[in-house]
Design a protein around this ligand. Structure first.
Ligand SMILES: Cc1cc2nc3c(=O)[nH]c(=O)nc-3n(C[C@H](O)[C@H](O)[C@H](O)COP(=O)(O)OP(=O)(O)OC[C@H]3O[C@@H](n4cnc5c(N)ncnc54)[C@H](O)[C@@H]3O)c2cc1C
Length: 276
């Protein structure tokens, strides 16, 4: 099986951040990934930064998959963005619901990501290869595991070509999720999202919010190193490389790295995996 590898970036807030990102992309590009994806935030200025980052990647001849979230947006706005990307030669999107920022009460014209996927198909036909989000440890707002799986099936059947998972550190959760999807007759590739470990406190905060579990054995070790970032990174690279090895050997169709706009942590895992 041809396994695919991709790298996720977030749009930098400053010119300095953009220069740093460009250097990171130069290094990661040498690994010949299938694509780079660029996250998309709620609110005008962060969305403009996504467009700027996408524009730069395209100008460098790099395959890019912009993320597109629909919460709070109108069909007209989303249609405009789809037309813009299509005219620029973008062929791949990561379609998401997104989260309603606190203070913004209304979800707009789209309530769930499956509605966005259906709208993209209605508006742009088969032009875009659509990736959607998957949650092997279940979405934090899901009513139940079954309900979340059913919602994922609706989203996949609305016209998704593939899925990228939320990060996780328990390979069994991924394999169980993939099996459940196969039982439902879903045959889209589900690529594990890989989060390198560089900063424990930040990771713990983020994991609580998005419903990703850091297993106790990892948490305890990471906590014990306090602010010794070198030790945390060395352990993280080993543990995450082992996770990736298990996933690839177990048949995962590729890996999507949450690079956090840093080259080194992803490169360390890449090297451990001997991916060339
Ligand atoms: C790979 C990946 C990339 C991401 N990139 C971004 C990004 O760039 N920007 C950003 O803001 N966020 C991003 N996120 C986070 C994501 O926006 C949040 O997790 C958000 O809360 C859910 O988005 P979703 O597309 O998975 O939503 P959905 O698939 O709509 O699911 C959201 C919740 O609603 C439930 N649900 C879904 N459909 C239905 C239905 N039809 N009926 C009833 N219940 C339903 C689900 O069970 C789940 O609990 C990303 C997440 C992942 C995994």
């Amino acid at each position: 099986m041809n396994q695919t590898f991709s790298f996720e970036l977030f749009p930098p807030k400053t010119d300095k951040g953009m220069s740093k990102l460009q250097a990171v992309v130069e290094r990661l590009r040498a690994l010949d990934p299938e694509f780079f994806s660029v996250t998309y935030g709620a609110g005008g200025s962060t969305q403009e930064r996504t467009f700027d980052t996408v524009d730069w990647l395209l100008s460098e001849g790099i395959d890019v998959a912009p993320h597109l979230s629909c919460i709070g947006a109108t069909r007209e706005q989303i249609g405009g963005i789809l037309d813009r990307y299509r005219a620029q030669g973008v062929h791949r999107l990561v379609a998401l619901r997104g989260d309603i920022p606190s203070g913004m009460g209304d979800h707009g014209e789209f309530q769930y990501a499956n509605e966005l996927v259906a709208f993209i198909r209605e508006h742009s036909g088969d032009h875009f290869h659509i990736e959607v989000a998957a949650y092997p440890e279940f979405h934090p707002q899901a009513v139940s595991a079954h309900a979340d799986l059913d919602a994922f099936a609706i989203k996949a059947r609305a016209g998704a070509n593939g899925a990228i998972t939320q990060y996780f550190y328990n390979a069994d959760a991924y394999f169980a999720f993939v099996e459940d999807c196969q039982r439902l007759g879903l045959d889209l590739p589900i690529v594990p999202g890989i989060m390198p470990i560089t900063n424990y406190l930040q990771l713990a905060r983020f994991s609580d919010a998005c419903g990703a579990e850091i297993p106790r054995w990892m948490r305890k070790r990471l906590e014990a190193w306090g602010d010794d970032l070198d030790a945390i990174r060395a352990f993280g690279a080993e543990a995450v490389s082992e996770l990736c090895r298990r996933l690839l050997e177990g048949g995962a169709p590729g890996l999507h790295f949450y690079t956090m706009n840093q080259a080194e942590p992803t490169l360390a895992i890449w090297k451990n995996l001997g991916l060339g």
